[in-house]
Design a binder for this molecule. Structure first.
Ligand SMILES: Nc1ncnc2c1ncn2[C@@H]1O[C@H](COP(=O)(O)OP(=O)(O)OP(=O)(O)O)[C@@H](O)[C@H]1O
Ligand SMILES: CC(C)(CO)[C@@H](O)C(=O)[O-]
Ligand code: BAL
Length: 324
């Protein structure tokens, strides 16, 4: 069990002061960015951070910049007290929980924060403006106008159905890096594309942060842990097992020599559809570039997103046939 409760920091200046003070003492800082409602997947990232850093910061922030107005920003699950209890159950101390009220500049439009679906400039809400792609952030009226984009990596997979998602993720992670100034940051490979984009961003923009990807943590029955699993009915949850099951079958088939991606994709798509899921995508892509491939001849990752009822789940499996 942890000995000390984490210090809760809500203010970004205070967060930066804390980091700079401990850095001056020679401490290595590890950051684990999250949106809260912690589960064992998050705790595994924190465990990993503990191996690489002297001090650990866990951020909890549901970022309006990465949700579209039709997504679940307003209802995203949260349980702050439960999260702190889970952190206290770790065999070491988490030093800081950084949970800013907001990370964006709403200027004089702060009132709009309270009501969604409002435009920032008081202009008329026309169909044309509604049709424009906006995140919850723009929908609520902000002064923010600088975005980080990984122009190629963000296009496929989740980027197709969530066109502004990775812009929001990369930007908020860049902000967190600038505020917390960590030496190392941990991301889960469950969100494979996100992890690759953050790595690329850190490299392209010279962030002095080592980005570590951590393996997917699963429930005993194989379902990838995810905060959104809480939305699933017991029946949908059972059906959702088809994702991991079919991905594992596809990996075994590839290891036995079935390397044509079209065939492997059909196997997974059919299994998910038969179980009652709706496939958003099932793609086999290069692990680095995330470009689709026709045959598995280099390290690949098979990524899936599928809907079960109103819940969209993602999962993936790495397939590297050179690993014997
Ligand atoms: N099962 C998991 N195994 C490993 N890492 C995970 C797992 N689930 C989430 N993470 C990682 O935890 C970090 C914070 O993720 P987040 O707070 O969005 O949780 P989540 O469970 O992925 O939520 P959501 O259901 O909204 O996708 C991310 O780096 C994410 O990849
Ligand atoms: C990385 C992240 C914390 C940025 O908001 C979020 O996308 C998540 O929880 O995976
Ligand atoms: N786990 C990444 C955050 C999201 O899917 O909204």
């Amino acid at each position: 069990m942890a000995v000390r409760e984490p210090t809760i920091i809500k203010d970004k200046e205070q967060m930066r002061r804390w980091s700079r003070t401990v850095r001056a003492e020679g401490k290595i800082i590890g950051l684990v960015p999250t949106m809260g409602y912690l589960h064992k997947g998050h705790l595994s990232l924190i465990n990993e951070a503990h191996k690489h850093a002297h001090l650990i910061v866990v951020s909890i922030y549901v970022n309006p910049g990465q949700f579209s107005p039709s997504e679940d920003f307003a209802t995203y699950p949260s349980d702050f007290d439960g999260d702190i209890q889970k952190l206290m159950s770790l065999p070491f101390d988490v030093d800081v929980v950084f949970c800013p009220h907001d990370l964006y500049d709403y200027g004089t439009n702060s009132m709009l924060l309270e009501s969604s679906n409002s435009w920032s400039d008081g202009g008329e809400e026309t169909e044309e403006r509604r049709g424009k792609m906006v995140s919850c952030l723009e929908d609520r009226g902000i002064l923010h106008q600088t975005w980080v984009r990984a122009e190629k990596l963000e296009n496929g997979l989740c980027g197709k159905s969530r066109p502004l998602f990775f812009r929001g993720v990369a930007t908020v992670v860049a902000k967190l890096f600038n505020i917390v100034e960590p030496d190392v940051a941990l991301f889960g490979k469950k969100d494979y594309q996100q992890w690759r984009i953050i790595r690329r961003m850190a490299r392209d923009l010279d962030f002095a942060v080592e980005i570590i990807g951590s393996k997917i943590v699963r429930e005993d029955d194989g379902l990838a842990m995810s905060s959104r699993n809480v939305y699933l009915s017991p029946e949908e949850r059972k059906k959702a097992l088809s994702i991991n099951r079919s991905l594992s079958e596809a990996k075994s088939a590839a290891e036995k020599g079935k390397i044509i991606c079209k065939e492997l994709r059909s196997l997974v798509i059919e299994a998910i559809q038969e179980s009652g899921g709706r496939v958003d995508y099932a793609e086999i892509v290069d692990q680095e570039s995330l470009e689709a491939m026709e045959e598995i001849k280099r390290p690949a990752v098979f990524c899936v997103a599928a809907w079960f009822g109103k819940t969209r789940l993602i999962d993936n499996v790495e397939i590297d046939l050179s690993q014997g």
